[in-house]
Each structure stands twice: as structure tokens, then as C-alpha cells.
Design a protein around this ligand. Sequence first.
Ligand SMILES: *Cc1c(COP(=O)(O)O)cnc(C)c1O
Ligand SMILES: [Zn+2]
Length: 411
Amino acid sequence: MSQVTGLSCVSCGKVHPPEGMTYVCAACGGNLDVVYDYATISRKLTRAALAAEDDFSAWRYWDLLPLEDRSHIMPLQIGWTPLYRAERLGRSLGLKKVFLKDDGRNPSASFKDRASSVAIAKALELGFKVIAGASTGNAASSTANLSASLGLSPTIFVPEAAPKAKIAQLLVFGARVFAVRGTYDEAFDLCTKACAEYGWYNRNTGLNPYTREGKKTVSFEICEQLGWEVPDTVLVPVGDGNIISGVWKGFQDLLRVGLTDRTPRLIAVQSEKSSAIVDAVNGDGRIRPVSATTVADSISVDLPRDGEAGVRAVRESGGSGVLVSDEDILRAIVTLARGAGVFAEPAGATAWAGLEKLARAGKISPDETVVFLVTGNGLKDVASAMKVAGAPIPMDPDLDAFKSYLDRQGA
Ligand SMILES: *Cc1c(COP(=O)(O)O)cnc(C)c1O
Ligand SMILES: [Zn+2]
């Protein structure tokens, strides 16, 4: 039995009953946030209990998840991704304690598996036969991958311009894929209308209150992997704002059940070419849609679908927003690869680009503990990486030709 007591509106605060599937607030249309009986959970979920837990995946935090029984869990490794100390990268910015959370190591190679795992298990628990979702690519490939592990085929809506590798994932895993002639935002709206029309389960980011619940598990892992130290600063790449609102939820959950005694400041990092949430953070807090064109497709969003909760996460944490250029993002792919041995897709390298910018502006102190999220693997978008990775050296299959090349180089 889960300890969920209700779903509270992030906008007006109205609390809805937890039974069945409710997407948005009946009173105002706002997104919903799952509320738990933290007092009961805190009696069970202690540091000692976790130390004795031998499930090394996101499911080890079962008591803080909104699911009723374990029978719908997929047979794949979700979460418990490596938290690497990024020694050389940190030093390059004069920082002593920088850590990288490599969520490209999830089954579908992105952070989205945290959300899909919980959202899909919830759909099955509620008896839905058809699961649908719209995505810039990663939420979809994640939904397709985890569904396939359960013998299911979801219905997916992606913009036709999504990177090829992500579309390949969808097709390989046997999803029914609609390549929408339009933007992510248009695919999102079409999916939502189709779900309403046909009674399908809608996994859409933010609109589905359970995506945030899956995403929050990264914060549990960060603290536990740091030996229950809470970092000072966590940098998050932001599109819809659902990861950062989940990260904040996770740190708050830990505080509420007494596993930690403080929370970090959260830094939202966006591309200058998809800046809706950072604009709101730096402005009056209200979300205004932009016309997103960033190379980082996973964070290319006109109207953020969890924007209100995303902005609140940054503000309540005492954090800030930072914009980086697409050139910074592409260069960050190479810096991360050569400085830490981790290959990220553009959105996955964006938090590092933000950390570089803030550190160079003196906004990160040398002694603080900094964690940045790498949210997607670089093999998902090789075309973007090749813009900055350099080119191989053409060579005849002949030792003399090879020698004369090296001689010409003076090597
Ligand atoms: C989805 C995604 C993000 C951003 O998450 P939001 O919840 O949309 O803010 C960042 N990086 C990658 C690789 C993603 O797939
Ligand atoms: Zn409301």
C-alpha cells in the first residue's frame, strides 16, 4: 500500500482524491503534485533501513513512490546511476568538489526512464490497456523501451524532426509511432486530445502527475551516494521543468521524512534559444511561451508543461536560472567527454555548460559541493556531436603513406 493521501494542485492548492487517474486540477487546470503521509513513511524509511536494502535501483525508495504493488515493475535497471567525482573538470573551474550524475546510463539512455517507470507502472495498476505519450524524443523512447520489456506497445507522438537515433529506438521497441508534422508542443497537444477521445492513458510530461514522482528519485540517490551529505548546488538542464521540479520534490521529501536536514540551491540551465523557464525565474515568475529553436532537442520547448512547478523549485530552493548559448552546449559535449569520459547529448551537456558559465562569473565558491545532471547519452544525437568533435584523418591502407603523413606532421 502506498502512503499517498491526495493530489494537490501546484497552482491553487486544491486537493484531489488519489484514487483513479486525475491529470489536472478540476478547479483551475493546474498540474497536480502527489502528497504523502510523511509521518508514517519516516518511521519505516530510515538510513539504517536503506543501508540494509539490497535493491540497487530507483525502486529502493518504494515507500516514497505512489504505487500500490510491485507486480508492474519492469525487469530493467532503473536509476541508481553512477555519481562520478569529476575531479579534472572541477579543477578546470577552480572547484574542489564537483560530481556528475550520469543518467545516460538508464535503459533507454536518458533520465526519462525514471519518469516512465513510475508512470507506466501506475497505468498498469489502474488497468489501462493503451499507453500514449508525446515527446521531443527521450520520453517517447523511454516509454517504448520500458513498455517493450513488459510486452507492451505504446502509441507515441514525436515531432518528425526528432533525432534519428531516438526514432530508431521507438521503432525497434515496437511502438506505434506517429511522426507529427509540427513541433513538440503540437505533438503534445495532439496526444492529449487523442487520449481524451479514446480513453488512453496519457504519459505526457508534467500533465501526468506521476512523471515528477519518478524523477525525484535522482535526489534520493545523490544524497545516499554522497553518504547522506546534501550538496550545496545542483544544476539541472531544463525544458518542460519537470525534472527540476522532481529534483526539488526529492530533496524536500528527504527533509520531510528526516533523512536529511537541509536542501540545496537548484540552478535551472536553459539554452538562450529555449528560455521560457529561466526568463520567468529572472522576471516576474510567470511563464510566457517562446519560439524554441535550440540544437538541444530534448529541452526545446515553447510552452513548458511543468513550468509553474519548475519556477517554484528554483525560487524556493534559493537558486537561480542561467542561459547558455547553443555553441556553449555543443562545446560542453566535448569538454565532458574529454574531461570525464562521459558522452552526453546536447541537453545532457547543458548543465555543465551552465556550471562553466557560473563558475567563471565567480558565482560558485571553490569549496562547495556541486552536482550536475547528465540527462541523456551522446549516442542519441551523433549529428550534433559531430559538429564539434573534429574529423578523422583520411589514410590509404599503406604503411609508407602512413609514415609520410607522420613525417609531414613532424611526429
Ligand atoms: C527531458 C530532458 C530534459 C529536460 O527535462 P524537463 O522535464 O523537460 O525539464 C533534459 N535533458 C534530457 C536529455 C531530456 O531528455
Ligand atoms: Zn488548481
